[in-house]
Design a protein. Structure first.
Length: 470
């Protein structure tokens, strides 16, 4: 029953032991809201949504913080380019991110703090770091002295003498080029706030250290984010927090990227696939299946073919759920999720969130359920559906969950009814052809329906149709 996670700082899988029995505290680096999200951005939120769901299934009380970086260099650059206020760009894209998380079925965080709402906490942290000799002011900016913290770079496993910090425009007064800015002195036309060291704006790294401290205290269980954040962001967060006196995160969990042609999906590379466009072309539950079922530490190489395969695989699960639900419904019953998931599923999820292995258990259970249906063993089929629903609930993929019912909205439900009526008329014609042993006509109707994207299955209660893979 012990959950085990790969801890980047330890470079190995470790047994998870919470700081407070029965509780889990998680801080996830969320959106930097300079533009609308692509599916690579949403993958991180989705992976940690599954982790959160699994902790909750195991009986933990989870506090989940996902921040919003609503001020940084990129947002200011966009503001200049578009001639719009920085806060307008940030708010618009924050909403786009939340729409994306919601569309793919991510549970809302316990708190979702914005960086600009926590300037006092940042000032307090800088003051403490200066007093402890870890930071200094120069030309209105405040820098962290990396050599003052002996464990700097342990997370990313680098040598400080080989370190090259990413360039920071307009930065002056550093004692060492490796030092990083926690606070940036004001510049003409940029947003700024008052501090004891002059007006300016926060650096990216300081924001997260201060917000994690406010909402989770000096020590918490898990800090998460994408692999690309290990350095410099997470490394600098650790230096600030521990220099301030916090124990900070006990486990560091990082998800891999979505790639295209072997490169990380990125707006700067021009290869991003916006969530707002993807949900118009693919059902959101299929996108969740595609992004959420590979192991969180494995890269996902984006392709239309891979999405079609995901759609087809999920259709097999969904078809089983629908068939048993219809059968149980005719008998006046509702199949609720089982209280526990199968042991093999739990074992896979406990082992570093092994979703691919857990999903294999789902598909095996679906095959067993289909065999029970074929044998007209309703009791066994219903039992398998209860198990499948329990497992899909953990993965956020239960098609009977209220979030996914009527996925396309009210008009989608209306359209389904219209299509069902039309398909039934065609199927009646097929049944009439079969009745008069006109097999050529019957087969021709079925082939035409298949070409239109519909799967036709003949069963004891007559033919039924489902949407097939595109």
């Amino acid at each position: 029953m012990t959950i085990r996670l790969y801890d980047t700082s330890a470079r190995q899988i470790r047994d998870f032991t919470p700081l407070t029995a029965g509780c889990v505290s998680i801080y996830l680096c969320g959106a930097t809201v300079q533009a609308a999200p692509h599916i690579g951005h949403i993958r991180s939120g989705l992976n940690f949504d599954i982790l959160r769901r699994w902790f909750e299934h195991r009986g933990y009380d989870v506090t989940f913080i996902r921040n919003v970086t609503d001020i940084d260099d990129k947002i200011i650059t966009k503001s200049r380019e578009q001639g719009r206020p920085w806060w307008s760009i940030g708010y618009e894209n924050e909403r786009a991110f939340n729409d994306g998380y919601s569309a793919l079925g991510c549970l809302p965080p316990t708190y979702e703090p914005r960086a600009t709402g926590h300037i006092p906490e940042m000032i307090e942290m800088m003051r403490g770091l200066i007093e402890r000799g870890h930071a200094y002011e120069a030309d209105g900016s405040v820098y962290f002295d990396v050599r003052s913290y002996p464990d700097y770079l342990e997370l990313s496993n680098q040598d400080i003498d080989d370190l090259r910090q990413p360039p920071e425009d307009g930065i002056t007064g550093k004692r060492d080029p490796r030092d990083f800015a926690m606070w940036k002195a004001t510049k003409p036309g940029e947003p700024d706030w008052e501090t004891p060291w002059g007006r300016g704006r926060p650096g990216w790294h300081l924001e997260c250290s201060a917000m994690a401290h406010k909402y989770l205290g000096p020590a918490f269980d898990i800090h998460g984010g994408g692999l690309d954040l290990i350095f410099p962001h997470h490394e600098n967060e650790i230096a600030q927090a521990k220099g301030y006196g916090d124990d900070f995160a006990q486990y560091w969990v990082h998800n891999a990227w979505v790639t295209m042609s072997g490169e990380k999906m990125s707006k700067s590379l021009g290869n991003s696939v916006l969530v707002s466009e993807m949900v118009k072309r693919w059902r959101p539950i299929v996108l969740r299946y595609y992004l959420g079922t590979p192991h969180y530490r494995s890269m996902i190489e984006y392709s239309e073919e891979a999405l079609r395969e995901a759609e087809s695989a999920f259709a097999r699960i969904e078809g089983f759920v629908q068939r048993v639900t219809e059968k149980a419904g005719k008998a006046g019953g509702v199949v609720e999720p089982a209280a526990e998931v199968p042991p093999a599923f739990a074992e896979a999820m406990d082992d570093d969130l092994g979703v691919p292995q857990a999903l294999a258990v789902v598909h095996t259970t679906v095959r067993q359920g289909n065999s029970a249906l074929a044998a007209d063993d309703k009791e066994a089929a219903v039992a398998r559906l209860a198990e499948v629903r329990a497992m899909l609930g953990v993965l956020g993929l239960d098609p009977l969950d209220p979030h996914w019912i009527g996925e396309g909205g009210d008009r989608g439900e209306d359209l389904h009814g219209v299509v069902d009526t039309l398909v039934r008329m065609v199927l009646d014609q097929r049944e009439a052809a079969r009745g008069r042993k006109d097999w050529a006509t019957a087969d021709g109707i079925r082939d035409q329906l298949n070409q239109s994207g519909l799967n036709i299955e003949d069963g004891p209660q007559g033919p039924r149709w489902t949407l097939g893979p595109r």
